[in-house]
Design a protein around this ligand. Sequence first.
Ligand code: GAR
Length: 188
Amino acid sequence: MKRLAVFVSGGGTNLQRIADYFAPNPNVEIVCVVSNNKGAFANQRAKNLGIPLLVVEKEYYNSEMFIKRLISLDIDLIVLAGFLWLIPQGLIEAFPNKIINIHPALLPKYGGKGFYGHHVHEAVVAAHEKESGITVHYVNERYDSGDIIFQAKVALSPTDTPDDVAAKIHVLEQENFPLVIEGLLFKK
Ligand code: GAR
């Protein structure tokens, strides 16, 4: 049995997709959703899915207690799915190469602090990029800079608005993210 934790801050469409994808697979379980935002719709999704939800505040999030709690859950992979806080050094050390993030652009472009969600798509459109995409990468102590595991691209048209780009990226995320996670969980 492979055990996942999914960290969220927002709408949770990636959480939903990951949960739906693995639902028929008895060898994968999401054992915990961690949210840093008590108003996130992702929290409601976790409840609807029957997954234990842990809403964290800054102090607990940065504590040894939080790391111990996650270790006690025997997690194989921590998946950041639209999670906006930096991962503390202690957590990275406790889960070496076991924390991944999805970013809605082709890193190293449009990454780093402040580049999240719609801000990314606005910057991509402002720069008249001809393509964008998604990046799944390992997480280190800096935003969006760990080793890249997977990228997928999509062509943009000159008339695409940030909302159009967001819609294209959403499709790429829904198609690819669960497959990348599955590949990491069961790689030989
Ligand atoms: C996703 O597009 C994800 O790539 C992005 O936030 C969105 C979350 O959507 N992540 C970042 O920007 C991280 N820097 P969701 O809550 O509906 O899954």
